[in-house]
Write a protein that binds this ligand. Structure first.
Ligand SMILES: [Fe+2]
Ligand SMILES: [Fe+2]
Length: 329
């Protein structure tokens, strides 16, 4: 008898729990449908939380790994003005990483854990940063094309359904637009400079154009997370839509720069109202993603070294916080 009663109680408790979950789910779906923001204390499906953590972590990692290719040129910037601009830009990227790791913390995932996953190769960063910066003009091409592609991707994220991510993106996008403009202005100077400078600018654009198009991720029909992210309003536009938007923006800018884009199939399509462009080498994309790009090993080993060498700063900061916490108590 007692066992039957216990069974009944367990079954009732399960029913009540299922009812609560259903009510939570309905409230979550309604909030997303009404374009309201989901905040850290709100109930959210486990898969939504996991998907956000994965995307925000990958984004944060890209910001801090992305400091390396450009930092490579700080000591060799051609003037004090250029050096000051580049240092500010690289520092901004560190800040973007911090906003995003903090935003991920609101979902219950600590920075230590995410950095550990980056360092052990269990989480990725944008593959674009596995290409080398061979000349000073690469700083311009990265600003114009890589930061430009990042803005195209990130402006819609300012309306992402998760509040802390959306708010971090507002500030990041403002800074990214400065990054894009400094790169454009740098290339404009080189393009209108000596024939050697012009050639250097053209060579950098030739090397960065295709990897920039790959930054939008695989084509829509091969993109694993896209459909669900769009339903949750984390993502607002598909990879191919954003890539097309970027190409349409870049073509007239290239003309104004007096530089060409390395794609013989690039032309205006009157009917579509967009530029057609050539086939992207997806084999290269997957290969670099798998770790076989020109700089994958270097980027991760530098990151690990920086983390290890910064251990004393983290220890000192914790000791300071503990001391002052005690004093305040
Ligand atoms: Fe950034
Ligand atoms: Fe940037």
């Amino acid at each position: 008898m007692a066992t039957a009663a216990a069974h009944r109680t367990t079954a009732e408790a399960q029913d009540a729990e299922a009812e609560r979950t259903a009510a939570h789910e309905a409230a979550f779906d309604a909030a997303v449908a009404a374009d309201e923001r989901i905040e850290p204390r709100d109930w959210m499906p486990d898969a939504y939380r996991a998907s956000l953590v994965r995307q925000m972590a990958q984004h944060a990692h890209s910001e801090i790994i992305g400091m390396q290719p450009e930092a490579n040129w700080i000591t060799r910037a051609p003037s004090l003005r250029r050096k000051a601009i580049l240092m500010a830009k690289v520092q901004d990227e560190a800040g973007h990483g911090l906003y995003l790791y903090s935003a991920a913390e609101t979902l219950g995932t600590g920075r230590e854990e995410l950095l550990d996953k980056l360092h052990s190769g269990r989480q990725k960063y944008s593959s674009i940063f596995n290409y080398p910066t061979l000349t000073w003009a690469d700083v311009g091409a990265i600003g114009w094309l890589v930061d430009g592609a990042a803005i195209t991707n990130q402006v819609p994220l300012c309306r992402c359904s998760y509040g802390p991510y959306a708010r971090a993106m507002v500030r990041i996008c403002k800074e990214e637009s400065f990054h894009q403009r400094q790169g454009y202005e740098l290339l404009l100077h080189l393009s209108n400079g000596t024939p050697e400078q012009h050639a250097m600018a053209q060579d950098a654009v030739d090397r960065w154009w295709w990897p920039s198009l790959m930054m939008f991720g695989p084509p829509d029909d091969e993109s694993a997370h896209s459909a669900q992210s769009m339903t949750w309003k984390i993502k607002r536009h598909s990879n191919d839509e954003l890539r097309q938007r970027f190409v349409d923006i870049a073509v007239p800018q290239a003309e104004a720069l007096g530089l060409t884009l390395p794609d013989p199939d690039l032309r205006w399509n009157e009917e579509r109202g967009h530029h057609d462009f050539g086939a992207i080498d997806w084999d290269e994309f997957w290969d670099v993603l798998k770790g076989n790009g020109p700089c994958n090993e270097q980027r991760i080993s530098q990151r690990r070294t920086a983390h290890e060498e910064g251990a004393w700063v983290r220890e000192a900061a914790s000791a300071y916080a503990a001391k002052h916490g005690k004093a305040a108590a």
